[in-house]
Each structure stands twice: as structure tokens, then as C-alpha cells.
Design a protein around this ligand. Structure first.
Ligand code: ADP
Length: 399
């Protein structure tokens, strides 16, 4: 087997990976993907062929796989046994926050790592795990170049009014601004538009990344001009466990009247709110759709309400809208949620083709819809593999 690029997406209890190899036509082709999840509790390793073929591994792991270094050690062993004699050309990491400075993916150096550590307070639940994976690779795969790819980069270049946090000027010195996230997903969708939906690629498009985390991005001629996530990944839409936009007075109330500590407030905002908080049942849309409990229905109602409301807001930012794109777990797989968001956006001239929507076809709008509506599966890993190859001067990545 030939040499490969490894893509890592490290979370609090999981290490997701993808292996990309060079095809005969010099494009990057996924060979395998998988994850180690349950790190620290009940670790499990799963891997599947990149072409969607049968799983190639699914096994419980020794409890000693309890942190990033031990998870990486296990993964490295598996890679060595599957890709005998092959070299890791480079490792591309998803890094949630690039701060005001990093507007592009870049080679990780000790100085870059120091800068990224300083951003931990801006993304406390994601950044530390992203960086732990980089450190683990430096220790275990010595000498292999690593590239950090940021969820914030794609949004740099937005107009000043979109990035402003309107607090006193002197508080803004340390990077207090709206950054936006899910940038690798939006960048991938934007890169696909000329081929998948050429009629809107150079127009005004709203992309709805609806997964466990959820946000919208306003694309003008393929460039991000605003998004619903802001300084942290808490703003905007209702998410699985995060509330989305919230009156800041609510946070004061939690501290001052309910006497919550900072750690408790952080837990409420990142892990206990959103779909889970409203329903008291689940953070997973699959468990809420079709659940007759009023709390489950209210959670879905709010998710749809908030998405439609923000679509209206971004339409104002764009001065109209030509296309709407759904992506990520809910956006790609939940026709009912798409239908309800589109019905609530009918005033914009959005009309669905119900059959195409049920089938999750690529184009799901009716022929007479003023706004064309699309389902484009996202592929953040491929975006990272492309960036990594480019930064390391490996291959010109194809799709
Ligand atoms: P992340 O990568 O942020 O974990 P995903 O993009 O994988 O999120 O989206 C995960 C969410 O997608 C799940 O929580 C679930 O709510 C939703 N989802 C996945 N498949 C379906 C489906 N068939 N119907 C409804 N929701 C789905």
C-alpha cells in the first residue's frame, strides 16, 4: 500500500480518523475511516473502508486507552499493521479555533502550538482535545509534519459589522470578536457548489449545517459574509446540547440569583441545554422526531423556529437569497426538519418538491421555487486532507 495522509478530529472522548491515499489520477482518495470512542470509559475501536464497504474492525479496547496519547498509540499500531511499509506523509488536524491570527491552515510549529494554547479559553470544550492530539502525534510519530486546519478560518474576511462584539473597546483587545465555526464544512460546500449547483454558486446562498452543533452561513459568491455562531460555539441556532442565542441577562441570572458557579454555567450552556434541555429526553433529533411527548415536540418546534428566524436574518444580510443548502447529520438525513424549515421560509419564495425532499435528492426544490434548495453532504475530512496536502506540497487534491 502507498503512503498516506492521516486526518484526525479529536474530541473529549473520541478520536476520529480518516486515511487518504493518492489515486492514479493524483486525487486524494479515502481508504479507511473510523474512530476510537469511549476514551476514558469504555474505549472501542471501529474502522470501515472509505468506499463505504464492510467494516474492517470493531472491537472493545483495553481500559488503558484512557487519553489522547494512548488512543493515538493504538491507532498507530493499527495503521502500521494495515499499511505495512507505508509512510505517514502528514497529519491534518481539525482545530476548532484559529483566533484572529490564523486565517489559513498551516504547518504546526512549537510557536504555533503556543498560540493555539492561548485560545483554549475561547473554545474550552474542543481546543484542548485538538491540541492534545497534536502533542500526542509529535511524541509518537516523531518528525511527521502536522497541519492545523481551523473551523474559524473560512469566516475571516467578513465585514467588520458581522464580527463585532459591541462591548467597551478596551475589552476587545484580546480577540473578543465573532469568529464563526463549522468553517471546514462551509468551505467544502462552497467548493462543491460550482459542480453540484452551478446556478447559485456565484449568487447569494445560505448554508444550514445542522448536526449536533448547528449553524448557518451566508455565502456571497462563495465567500462567508456572516454566520450564526460567534465568539464561541454557543450562539445562533438551537443545538443538541447548546441553547444558541441567549439573552446575556440569563447568564447573569444563573450566577447572581441561582448562585451557579462558572463550571456549572459552562456545563449548562455546553452540555445540558438545546434539544436536550428543552425536551428533557434526548439531544438526538432521531429520538425526538415522531416522539409524541409535548416536550419532544416543543424541542423540534424550537429548532425549526430558530433556524427559520435566522434564515430570515441572513437573507437581510445578503440582500435576498438565491439558494439554500442543507448539510450535516440533520440537514442531510431529516426530511421532516428540512420540510418544516422550508415551509417556514415560504415567504422568501422557497417551495420544496416533496418527493425529492423525502428521497434526500441533491436538488429538493420545486421547479417554480424562486430559491433553489439543495442537500449537499458535507466532508470536512476531505477538506482537511486537501489542505494538508497543499500545505505540505504533496499532491494537488481532487475531489
Ligand atoms: P456531529 O458531527 O456534530 O456529531 P452530525 O453532523 O453527525 O454531528 O449530526 C449528528 C446529528 O444528526 C444527530 O445528533 C442526529 O440528531 C442527527 N441525525 C442523524 N441522522 C438522522 C436522521 N436519519 N434523522 C434525523 N436526525 C438525524
Amino acid at each position: 500500500m502507498g503512503d498516506y495522509v492521516l486526518v484526525l478530529n479529536a474530541g473529549s472522548s473520541s478520536l476520529k480518523f480518516s486515511v487518504y491515499r493518492r489515486s492514479d489520477s493524483d486525487a486524494l482518495e479515502i481508504d479507511a475511516r473510523g474512530q476510537i470512542d469511549g476514551i476514558g470509559t469504555a474505549p472501542r475501536f471501529t474502522a470501515a473502508r472509505g468506499d463505504g464497504g464492510a467494516g474492517i474492525k470493531n472491537e472493545g479496547l483495553n481500559a488503558a486507552v484512557c487519553d489522547a496519547p494512548s488512543a493515538l498509540e493504538h491507532l498507530a499500531g493499527w495503521l502500521r499493521s494495515r499499511y505495512v511499509g507505508a509512510q505517514v506523509l502528514g497529519v491534518g488536524h481539525r482545530v476548532v479555533h484559529g483566533g484572529p491570527r490564523y486565517t489559513q491552515p498551516l504547518l504546526v510549529t512549537p510557536a504555533v502550538l503556543d498560540d493555539l494554547r492561548a485560545l483554549v479559553p475561547l473554545a474550552p470544550l474542543h481546543q484542548p482535545h485538538n491540541l492534545a492530539a497534536i502533542e500526542a502525534v509529535s511524541e509518537r510519530l516523531t518528525g511527521v509534519p502536522q497541519v492545523a486546519c481551523f473551523d474559524t478560518s473560512f469566516h475571516r474576511g467578513q465585514p467588520a459589522v458581522a464580527t463585532l462584539v459591541p462591548l467597551p473597546r478596551n475589552l476587545g483587545a484580546n480577540g473578543l470578536q465573532r469568529y464563526g465555526f463549522h468553517g471546514l464544512s462551509y468551505e467544502y460546500v462552497a467548493s462543491m457548489l460550482p459542480k453540484a449547483a452551478p446556478g447559485i454558486a456565484t449568487g447569494r446562498v445560505i448554508v444550514a449545517h445542522l448536526g449536533s452543533g448547528a449553524s448557518l452561513c451566508a455565502l456571497d459568491k462563495g465567500k462567508s459574509i456572516d454566520s450564526t455562531l460567534g465568539f464561541t460555539a454557543l450562539d445562533g441556532l438551537c443545538m443538541g446540547t447548546r441553547p444558541g442565542a441567549l439573552d446575556p441577562g440569563v447568564v447573569l441570572y444563573l450566577f447572581q440569583v441561582l448562585g451557579k458557579s462558572a463550571a456549572e454555567v459552562e456545563k449548562i450552556l455546553y452540555k445540558e441545554s438545546g434539544l436536550l434541555g428543552i425536551s428533557g429526553i434526548s439531544n438526538d433529533m432521531r429520538h425526538l422526531l415522531g416522539n409524541p411527548a409535548p416536550e419532544a415536540r416543543l424541542a423540534v418546534d424550537y429548532f425549526v423556529y430558530r433556524a427559520a428566524r435566522e434564515i430570515g436574518g441572513l437573507t437581510a444580510v445578503l440582500g435576498g437569497v438565491d439558494g439554500l443548502v442543507f448539510t450535516a447529520g440533520i440537514g442531510e438525513n431529516a426530511p421532516e426538519v428540512r420540510r418544516r424549515i422550508c415551509e417556514a421560509s415560504a415567504w422568501l419564495g422557497v417551495r420544496l418538491d416533496p418527493d425529492a425532499n423525502r428521497r434526500s435528492a441533491a436538488c429538493i426544490s420545486a421547479a417554480d421555487s424562486r430559491v433553489s434548495v439543495w442537500v449537499i453532504p458535507t466532508n470536512e475530512e476531505l477538506m482537511i486532507a486537501r489542505h494538508t496536502s497543499r500545505v505540505l506540497g504533496l499532491v494537488e487534491a481532487g475531489t
